[in-house]
Write a protein that binds this ligand. Structure first.
Ligand code: SAM
Length: 254
């Protein structure tokens, strides 16, 4: 009786990434983290910033952190998902701690704060201005905050109505995405099936697709003086026609 009940139980929905943590690096094997770290390094160098300490907000499994350490920075990272941090630890990537973007536990401790790979888009609109203000408090005078977002154009072109299944020897991962243009929310449902064909996790991710001018306005309100928006991984100006943009926010010298 109990056995048949247990067999019918489905795993409870997890916080985004908790269930996927052990699989995340495989899911992201197409991502050029090495190139992304090189771009961040170029941004820092271009501003003649004497950056020693870099903090990666929403660091996930720490791959970017590890490439950035190769440039000599002292890099720390935090994430809300403990399983993601454990996966980083499993690769020997230390210097991580658990924290939420909604309540940054940092004050003047970073030369550069990063929040990359759409991570800020997990924050709902009412949390973004507070995050921008706390990010401002987290970097030292003269320091910088770099984050990226994908644009609505990109989402409509690639993510709305998208579905994909990846297979490996003993696993299968299905992803389905759809966009709600009224609420500007991208939904992604991810199911992971293990070797015995039973679903081992199902997650529903919601990402907020912000207007670039709204992000720039929130940044100014938070005190950031110099703001740039870059097209993709270049130093050309970004716009709503870009797919991904990087925002570079700078805090005035003290
Ligand atoms: C798309 S992944 C990016 C991870 C990493 N930056 C990378 O490039 O691989 C988004 C990450 O943000 C984290 N995250 C989402 N919401 C968060 C929050 N409110 N506070 C801290 N981390 C959060 C997730 O756990 C996940 O690791």
């Amino acid at each position: 009786m109990i056995r048949s009940l247990l067999a019918r139980l489905r795993p409870l929905p997890a916080d985004p990434y908790d269930g996927l943590a052990g699989f995340y690096d495989r899911m992201m094997s197409h991502v050029d983290y090495r190139g992304w770290a090189a771009f961040v390094h170029e941004i820092i160098q271009g501003r003649a910033l004497q950056a020693a300490t870099v903090i990666d907000a929403g660091c996930g499994t720490g791959t970017l952190m590890s490439w950035l350490r190769g440039y000599g920075y002292e890099v720390y990272g935090f994430d809300r998902s403990l399983p993601m941090l454990e996966a980083a630890g499993g690769k020997g990537i230390g210097g991580t701690f658990q924290a939420d973007l909604k309540d940054l536990p940092l004050a003047g401790s970073a030369d550069v704060l990063l929040c990359l790979y759409d991570t800020i888009q997990y924050l709902p609109p009412d949390a973004v201005p507070r995050f921008m203000a706390q990010a401002y408090g987290a970097v030292r005078g003269g320091g910088m905050f770099v984050f990226d977002v994908v644009t609505e154009r990109h989402v409509k072109e690639f993510w709305d109505g998208y579905s994909e299944t990846d297979r490996g020897g003993s696993w299968r991962c299905s992803r389905k995405g759809w966009y709600d243009p009224e609420r500007r929310i991208q939904h992604t449902e991810i199911s992971l099936f293990s070797g015995n064909r039973r679903r081992s996790c199902k997650e529903h991710h919601r990402q907020f697709i912000y207007r670039l001018d709204a992000l720039a306005a929130w940044a100014r309100e938070a005190g950031w003086t110099a703001a740039e928006c870059l097209h993709e991984f270049t130093f050309q100006p970004g716009s709503e026609d870009s797919g991904r943009v990087h925002f570079l926010l700078q805090r005035e010298e003290p």
